[in-house]
Design a protein. Structure first.
Length: 378
């Protein structure tokens, strides 16, 4: 798998690297990018086999919010059938494993996790990158992770966990910080099994009876922003974990999205933050939130529609100036040196540089920010 295959002719300053679930965790946690969720009941095998969405590199089959409780058994059967089909096509050399997106399953509960995992065969497990654990908290964390550890030991595989922090105990201020610290302490015991921490922006909004509109970002909803700030504070210290950004709920596919080259050159960040129209309000809102996600330390984003893939992954490509600054910082022993736009302080900027170098490996390096539109285009 490799990012930006929707635009195979694009000329990078530095090409993105290939990856799969066996890529070292230190890099793989940066490769998730746009992780697209879909109901576990959906027959998605043809889309994977036919490469219908060439920008799709990470996907989740969901047994929880996207699936009615009474539909869970059929979703489980459908998911096993998906794995059966993929296994067969790979074994018969009709599909290449390297073209398989990172494949995750969002379980409904610890009981359903155990039930579904018992339906799997060893050949299925080789295709599974991980499981998402909803409503993850200090009460259920250890049971989820201990079972995941046992599951890995049973098959001699690496299958990751992606906890989703989204319930009321993390939302409400009086319980939040103590809860986050408890969760962090448990995750630290199983760190090699944790690929990414996800956040439930929609669930947090529900706790306060709010929903961001298409012309707002999640950072404009102050009660939810407060939750996200504390999660970043606890889990991204010293680059210990990557935390993915909350889902953007809106999409509006139209013809102008397919012909980015007709747009005049613009300063992307300046236009978005000043709310100057570029594509349409749904796409502009997504890109605006992506800029703020990156500025605040989120890495990647939950995705609900294929039209979002190239924007989320595209904007994770690193402009040359940032890459050169990061390279300089990573290869200088100390002090302060002149960078592309300012002074690079080697010590304070080192962790920022680590993240930029990982993004460059995962998403490539482009000449400058004006090249994002060329990268988005077909």
């Amino acid at each position: 798998m490799r990012h930006h295959l929707y635009n195979i002719n694009y000329k990078f300053v530095k090409e993105p690297e290939n990856f799969d679930k066996y890529t070292e965790r230190e890099l793989l946690q940066y490769c998730l990018g746009a992780t697209m969720y879909m109901p576990g009941t959906k027959d998605f095998a043809p889309a994977i086999l036919n490469k219908k969405h060439p920008g799709l590199t990470s996907m989740v089959m969901c047994f929880e919010d996207a699936c009615k409780e009474e539909d869970v058994p059929s979703a489980e059967r459908n998911s096993v059938q998906l794995l059966d089909i993929l296994c067969k096509k790979i074994e018969q050399n009709e599909f290449d494993y390297k073209d398989l997106p990172l494949l995750f399953f969002r379980v409904r509960s610890i009981e359903q996790f155990k039930h579904f995992s018992n339906m799997l065969e060893a050949r299925h497990v080789k295709l599974i990158a991980g499981f998402n654990f909803p409503k993850f908290n200090s009460q259920n964390a250890r049971e989820y992770l201990e079972y995941l550890k046992t599951f890995n030991e049973k098959y001699g595989e690496i299958v990751y966990g992606m906890p989703i922090i989204e319930d009321e105990i993390a939302a409400f201020k009086e319980t939040r910080m103590a809860e986050l610290i408890k969760v962090k302490n448990i995750l630290d015991e199983y760190k090699e099994l944790i690929l990414n921490i996800r956040v439930g922006g929609t669930d947090f909004s529900s706790c306060f009876g709010v929903r961001r509109g298409i012309n707002y970002t999640i950072y404009d909803i102050m009660t939810v922003k407060d939750c996200l700030v504390d999660i970043l504070n606890v889990f991204t210290r010293n680059n210990e974990y990557t935390v993915s950004g909350p889902v953007w709920e809106y999409f509006r596919a139209n013809e102008e999205m397919k012909f980015m080259d007709i747009l005049p050159p613009v300063d992307l960040q300046n236009c978005l933050l000043r709310r100057t129209p570029i594509v349409n309000d749904a796409v502009d809102g997504l890109m605006r939130e992506l800029i703020l996600d990156q500025a605040n330390g989120f890495m990647g984003k939950t995705c609900i529609h294929p039209s979002h893939l190239k924007y989320i992954n595209g904007m994770l490509a690193v402009p040359r100036e940032e890459y050169e600054d990061a390279f300089q910082i990573m290869n200088t022993s100390g002090g302060v040196i002149k960078g592309s736009k300012g002074m690079n302080e080697i010590g304070p900027h080192h962790r920022w540089a680590e993240k930029i170098m990982m993004r460059a490996r995962a998403y490539g390096v482009i000449e400058n920010e004006n090249c994002y539109f060329e990268l988005f285009g077909e």
